[in-house]
Write a protein that binds this ligand. Structure first.
Ligand code: G6P
Length: 473
């Protein structure tokens, strides 16, 4: 464990999960997220340290190494999990930043806890960052950290990246703490977003609400500092996914899945965290109506929906889970036959291997969020289809729609439009799906997550080049 680091990653979650080991002790397992894959090489090249919450309420965790990565756990109390994580992060900010798809709640105690926890993360970062180090702060849970860092350590070079959408000014303005959040973010030298629309929303808000001068993607502070707000669309480890999809184990598993579903049936697939932003019920409704109307038959088609458990103690997530349970039960009760349900619903999380096998087994991938920063599932599906087969139905409100133009794009609020797209994708001639998939594969393979990390860190070192040390890419 280095005493001080030249690169510090600050994210709400550590890139490992707590697990019970066979010998009865507690250990760590690398979590499957793409962020750690992207940052692993830069972390190693720069004596990097990753600061994050390991989940749960364990409080006496010391910094440790996992497979060569230096990790520093930040503890949360039971109250902080409720107020900072489930409350302010996931019941206030999450819905506001996603088009108010659910009604946000505003509670002053949640805000207080958000400030306290952000300060704890900032203080940990300051402890481990060497003189002139680069600190890269991630996502909506930690928007106050950049300014806290700057106050404590003006020598640092500070980057912030928002993984979710940044909302239009009209929605952001609802936040009672809108000014504090903007000022928190303005502590960074570079503020990165998924889409240029998010960066523009931010710059406009800074001009309107904080009164700073701005020009294009730059914000000029009264103290002479310049901040850049720009888009860096995130991606996946595309080669890694393709390699996995080609492996013998995944090939075998994909064949098993097809056999279990019925070889002659075409497979529609949805894979999402169980979240109200994902539009799960609406897409299942579109499919079910097609079956009801006789446009699809359960002997020819099945919808596999995987919903990964998420934020299960937050009320809106519980309500959604019940809604999906009821909906799937009713559809299968009404439309299924013995051994052939219309919807095969799995409420579970799976390792990357199983996901890759599902992607390979699916004829039509259906990704229809009401609002999504990027949506990596869409890109993973494309990366796994080295056979150039398979169709993608994609919401125009996912960030990925900007790049994956050859998908069948849909408005997830328009059930009839989704029904037409599902049918078109189902009946599309092979020539058409191949042409579309090839084009999408070129896009996904060209810009992977390592390129994303490099371009953000390069962008960060270009601002005030005289200030702080430069991170080795
Ligand atoms: C989204 C967010 C991440 C978050 C992840 C899982 O992708 O952008 O910051 O970690 O969801 O959610 P969770 O609440 O389990 O961390």
């Amino acid at each position: 464990m280095p005493d001080s680091a030249q690169l510090v990653i600050v994210a709400n979650r550590l890139p490992v999960d707590r697990v019970d080991l066979p010998d009865g002790t507690r250990g760590w397992r690398r979590s499957p997220g793409g962020l750690v894959t992207a940052l692993d090489p830069v972390m190693r090249a720069n004596d990097g340290v990753w600061i994050g919450w390991p989940g749960g309420t364990e409080s006496d965790l010391e910094p440790f190494e996992d497979d060569g990565l230096s990790l520093v756990p930040v503890s949360l109390t039971e109250d902080e999990i409720e107020e900072f994580y489930e409350g302010m992060s996931n019941a206030t900010l999450w819905p506001i930043y996603h088009d108010v798809v659910a009604k946000p709640e505003f509670h002053r105690e949640w805000w207080d806890s958000y400030v306290t926890v952000n300060r704890r993360f900032a203080e940990k970062a300051v402890e481990v960052a060497e003189e002139g180090a680069t600190v890269w702060v991630h996502d909506y849970q930690l928007q106050l950290v950049p300014q806290m860092l700057r106050d404590l350590r003006p020598d640092l070079r500070i980057g912030f990246y928002l993984h979710i959408p940044f909302p239009p000014a009209e929605l952001f303005a609802q936040l009672p703490w809108r000014r504090q959040i903007l000022e928190g973010l303005l502590g960074a030298d570079l503020v990165g977003f998924q889409m240029s629309g998010g960066a523009q929303n931010f710059v406009r808000l800074v001009r309107q609400r904080v009164g700073h001068k701005t020009h294009r993607d730059l914000v000029y502070l009264p103290d002479g500092r310049t901040i850049r707000a720009a888009a860096f669309p995130i991606s996946i480890d595309a080669e890694g996914f393709e390699e996995l999809a080609r492996s013998e184990g995944v090939t075998k598993r994909a064949a098993e899945i097809r056999e279990a579903l019925g070889e002659e049936r075409r497979v529609f697939l949805g894979i999402d965290r169980l979240d109200y932003t994902k539009g799960i019920v609406a897409r299942l409704r579109a499919f079910a109506e097609l079956v009801e109307e006789g446009k699809l038959d359960v002997d020819d088609a099945v919808f596999v929906q995987v919903a990964t458990p998420s934020r299960e103690r937050v009320e809106q997530y519980r309500i959604l889970r019940d809604e999906i349970d009821r909906f799937v039960g009713r559809v299968n009760g009404d439309l299924g036959r013995i051994g052939t349900p219309a919807i095969s619903y799995l409420h579970s999380s799976y390792p990357r291997e199983e996901m890759a096998a599902l992607y390979r087994a699916a004829d039509i991938m259906v990704v229809t969020p009401y609002r999504d920063g990027m949506n990596l599932v869409a890109k993973e599906y494309v990366a796994c289809r080295y056979d150039d087969a398979g169709a993608l139905v994609l919401s125009e409100f996912a960030g990925a729609a900007d790049e994956l133009r050859q998908a069948w794009q849909v408005n997830p609020y328009d059930i009839n439009g989704m029904k037409s797209a599902l049918l078109e994708a189902f009946h599309a001639p092979e020539k058409d799906t191949t042409r579309r998939m090839r084009a999408m594969r070129r896009t996904v393979l060209r810009k992977d997550v390592a390129a994303w990390a490099r371009s953000f860190l390069e962008g960060l070192s270009e601002i005030r080049p005289e200030h702080g040390k430069t991170v080795r890419p």
